[in-house]
Design a protein around this ligand. Structure first.
Ligand code: GDD
Ligand code: MG
Length: 385
């Protein structure tokens, strides 16, 4: 028999490839991609340890070693971390079952590894205890549920139906937010050693058995699956929309400048803004609002960076303009170039005088010579200009 209580253990699913977030994730697995200078899953670990979880098991596959190298034994995050590595992707249920020898016989949390949220896990667990089902899902309302698991609830909070990625649906609905409390008996419903999805193979069955419940939380929630939502997650952290350790650093001024960053006299920093260790902001540069400047990054004189993520070691040349963009570590932008809604992969070198826009994604190590790309909103109507 399992002991029901507030869970002390959690499984974090981090085996997906994260292809939609390339080139941010071309070289680094999505779960440890830096978000305001911390590996993304650190935010999940913080929340778990805040709610009394002592042990997290990472269910890994794709780039498992790279995740382990960053997170290690978890001591930096205040809990113990273990790893269950798959040779082949087993799907979301198969991946949970693959952790069974590392789980004790009590209830456990499951987290999709790409969810940023400050959900009240203790309240989720309390609902689970009160309802007494095999599983309780954290639900959040979204305007367009078609990319998610659509959940219909009854008045008693039991799940009437669970439909993964409904083809058609209009209007706001409750979706599976990717965080659960499960009883160990659920593991017995999962066939071993083959691809099996919890959303398609387990939740619909539990729902029809009347043993699945929902806990609706209207707090902050975001899946960081695309460049746009990755960028937005940074803004939300800077704006302190979501409770995180970074929010504490930003404080009431919404501004963090590392004590060993160099900000030249005459440089302007407009909050919300985060400037990492060893970053150098030269005279006449303007950073923010909504900018993250990573460790050791350089912003040369007269350059502007607004609503953008500039990772560690990026170099932005004089009078360049970077807006609405993500610059992955080691990228550089030549003087006078303009980036608006662009993503530069690791180590990209954009020469001087280029103009990139429109959501363009440049893959790692690409080199663009000086004055080689111009982007215009539209080509027609430009005669004589
Ligand atoms: N270990 C392992 N093995 N992990 C996996 C595997 C696998 O085979 N497949 C997916 N994962 C991990 C991913 O890394 C991710 O953290 C999580 O499981 C969910 O997979 P996604 O690929 O991100 O699924 P999704 O975003 O399309 O849909 C899921 O999340 C939505 C909320 O964001 C579903 O759970 C939906 O029902 C839910 O609404
Ligand atoms: Mg996802």
């Amino acid at each position: 028999m399992s002991a029901r209580g507030i869970p002390r253990q959690a499984v974090i699913l981090v085996g997906g490839e994260g292809t939609r977030l390339r080139p941010v994730t071309s070289r680094v697995p999505k779960p440890v991609a830096p978000v305001v200078e911390r590996p993304f899953v650190a935010y999940i670990l913080d929340n778990l340890s805040r709610h009394g979880v002592e042990r997290a098991i990472f269910s890994t596959g794709f780039l498992a070693e790279a995740i382990e190298a960053v997170i290690g034994d978890g001591s930096a995050y205040g809990l113990e971390v273990a790893y269950a590595v798959e040779d082949e992707p087993l799907g979301t249920a198969g991946a949970i079952a693959n952790c069974d020898r590392l789980l004790d016989e009590d209830s456990f949390y499951v987290f999709n590894g790409d969810v940023l949220s400050d959900v009240d896990l203790s309240a989720l667990a309390a609902t689970h205890l009160e309802k007494g089902g095999m599983g309780t899902i954290f639900l959040t309302p979204v305007e367009d549920p078609r990319r998610y698991g659509l959940v219909e609830l009854r008045e008693d909070a039991s799940v009437a139906s669970f439909l993964e990625k409904p083809g058609e649906w209009e209007g706001t609905a409750l979706i599976n937010a990717g965080v659960y409390v499960l009883e160990p008996e659920v593991l017995e419903m999962i066939p071993r050693g083959r691809l099996f999805s919890i959303e398609r193979g387990v939740f619909p069955k539990l729902a029809s058995a009347g043993s699945l419940y929902g806990y609706v939380d209207h707090g902050y929630w975001r899946d960081i699956g695309t460049p746009d939502s990755y960028l937005q997650a940074h803004f939300d952290i800077l704006e302190r929309q979501v409770k995180t350790a970074a929010a504490d650093e930003l404080g009431d001024t919404y501004l963090y400048v590392s004590p060993d960053a160099e900000v030249a006299p005459g440089a302007r920093i407009v909050p919300p803004c985060y400037v990492g260790s060893g970053a150098r902001i030269h005279a006449g540069a303007r950073i923010g609002p909504l900018a993250v400047i990573g460790a050791g990054a350089v912003v040369a004189e007269g350059a502007t960076v607004t609503e953008a993520v500039v990772q560690a070691g990026v170099v932005i040349g004089a009078h360049a303009q970077v807006e609405g963009s993500i610059l992955v570590q080691g990228a550089s932008v030549g003087s006078g170039s303009q980036l608006n809604s662009a993503v530069l992969g690791e180590g990209c070198v954009v020469g001087a005088g280029n103009r990139l826009a429109g959501g363009i994604c440049v893959y790692p190590e690409t080199e663009l010579p000086d004055n080689s790309i111009q982007f215009y909103e539209q080509l027609r109507g430009r005669e004589g200009s």
